[in-house]
Design a protein around this ligand. Structure first.
Ligand code: BES
Ligand code: ZN
Ligand code: ZN
Length: 509
């Protein structure tokens, strides 16, 4: 599917469907709606009345045009009050427009994107990127295992339509750049979604490594994989230990993006938890608890998606993607509650619950990442159910040790429209991790489970490196579709990571 810009009158666009935003608190629902309504002799307002359309956020009404028009339908999309309009509403509208386009079999559609009024050039560019992202993400569907793949997406082209005045003062190159960025980012998001949606019998650690390798080849990234024997040589016994109960060997995956001309000193390491399935090990989960545990590689998927988007959009800093991949299963070789294992960093860990395995794999992956001498490390992990209890299923927990990195991350997640909330690395809880016989144990007590997990990780990251831990247990998977987010794997965090890595230099101080 392709996204193009259209700056003539939207009524002239050669499309079958026009989507137009409508504001709840504007006279005539805003000028874009009013202009289409006038063109249709008031029929759009009449249809809206009949359907009780109040332009509440997400509300929709589809109006079929009488014969004689080349445009077949107009869809009005509720944007709520005008003051709440921004990239998030725009992204959602474009996604819903594409879904409606698919339902009615349209091949080309136009989205009337911007409200009139004063928008700064930066705001216009951000809106165009969000509209393009929404259009490109709205058409996503995971069909790999369906024998009847259903109707293929009919929509071939989405035109983002603006009245010329709307984009006054913004260079055409900047608008096209925004669409290009959206194309790169959504390619990565779609890749991450596919990986999360894959069934765990197919996506074993070796397959994850293979898919990462193929992606790296496509985009000229450096690829390296460490097999069990390499992990042994590196002393990565915590990672190896987690994989011991499975016949599917653990792997460490390492991708590198190097810019062709490097103007920045920045070296970013993205580290992902890649548990292709988490049965809990001998501390076995319940049947219900393991039903969705194929998503336990959601952090790894975000890292791989971000690496793909980065390879396409080419920022000026070095980026490493490191993934600890394993399968957590119970069998005669599995690690036991009570085992003590020392990993790459030389810290001995008493394992009292084999279901707290993500932190063990990450401890070694973080140690590996630090050998790459990064200026900042961001890890992403579906680490704790406790984080979902704290923040609900749509919001990720952000544990950030470095204030400058926090400021940049916050800017990035606000710009991307993904939901994160800062969580405290509360030192007082550190005593919960004290072991009687080893340096540390792998579980805390009942309260503060997301925090003790983050504190555990912090022991494996030297204090002189800027580090953030993102617990994405909830948002990598959605129970129901909404706007640009499909049911199933969401590709969460790819947009934020790409935004963070492209941040202008002045924000990096
Ligand atoms: N992969 C799970 C966390 C998880 C739970 C992710 C639900 C997504 C949805 C993790 O490995 C785990 O099992 N954590 C335990 C930790 C506990 C044993 C200290 C948990 O959250 O219960
Ligand atoms: Zn677990
Ligand atoms: Zn897990």
């Amino acid at each position: 599917m392709k996204v193009t810009l259209f700056t003539d009158d939207v009524k002239e666009a050669p499309v079958q469907l026009i989507a137009v935003g409508a504001f709840a608190d504007e006279p005539d629902r805003g000028s874009a709606f009013a202009s289409l309504n006038q063109w249709l002799d008031g029929a759009l307002a009449e249809a809206s009345r009949e359907e009780n359309f109040e332009a509440k956020p997400g509300q929709q009404v589809v109006f079929n045009l009488p014969a004689g028009h080349s445009v077949r339908r107009v869809m009005a999309f509720g944007l709520g009050d005008k003051s709440s309009f921004g990239p998030d509403a725009a992204r959602r509208m474009a996604a819903e427009a594409v879904k409606t386009g698919q339902k009615v079999g349209a091949t080309e559609l136009a989205v009337q994107g911007l409200p009139d009024g004063e928008q700064s050039p930066e705001a216009v560019v951000a809106l165009v990127q969000a509209l393009a992202e929404g259009a490109l993400l709205g058409s996503y569907k995971y069909t790999e295992y369906l024998s009847d793949k259903g109707r293929r997406s009919t929509v071939e082209e989405v035109k983002l339509a603006f009245v010329a005045d709307d984009v006054h003062g913004v260079k055409g190159a900047d608008l096209r750049g925004a669409v290009k960025r959206a194309e790169a980012v959504t390619e990565g998001v779609r890749f991450a979604r596919d990986l999360v949606n894959m069934p765990p019998n197919e996506l074993i650690p070796a397959e994850l490594a293979d898919r990462a390798k193929r992606m790296a080849k496509r985009h000229d990234l450096t690829f390296k994989v460490l097999h069990a024997r390499d992990l042994e040589r590196q002393g990565m016994n915590l990672h190896l230990g987690v994989g011991k109960g499975s016949t599917n060997e653990p792997k460490l995956i390492h991708l590198t993006y190097t810019p062709s001309s490097k103007s920045s000193q920045r070296v970013v390491a993205l580290v992902g938890k890649g548990l292709t399935f988490d049965a809990g090990g001998l501390s076995l989960k319940t049947s219900e608890g393991m039903m969705t545990m194929k998503i336990d590689m959601g952090g790894a998927a975000a890292v791989l998606g971000a690496m793909e988007a980065i390879a396409i959009s080419k920022p000026d800093c070095i980026v490493h993607g490191v993934i600890g991949a394993a399968e957590n299963m119970p069998d005669g070789n599995a690690i036991r509650p009570g085992d003590v294992i020392t990993g790459k960093k030389g810290v001995s860990v008493e394992i009292l619950n084999t279901d707290a395995e993500g932190r063990l794999v990450l401890a070694d992956a973080l140690a590996y990442a630090q050998d790459l001498k990064p200026t900042e490390i961001i890890d992403l992990a579906t680490l704790t159910g406790a984080c979902m209890v704290a923040l609900g299923p749509h919001t990720a927990g952000a544990f950030v040790r470095d204030e400058a990195l926090f400021a940049r991350l916050e800017q990035a997640w606000q710009a991307s429209g993904e939901k994160f909330w800062r969580m405290p690395l509360e030192r007082q809880l550190r005593e919960m991790l004290e072991s009687d016989i080893a340096d540390i144990k792998n579980i805390g007590e009942r309260w503060g489970g997301a925090i003790t997990a983050a504190l555990f990780l912090s022991e494996f990251v030297d204090s002189d490196v800027a580090w953030a831990h993102l617990d994405v247990a909830g948002p990598v998977f959605a129970g129901k579709a909404k706007g640009e987010i499909p049911k199933g794997g969401t590709g969460f965090a790819v947009r934020t990571l790409v935004e963070l890595i492209h941040q202008p230099l002045e924000l990096q101080e």
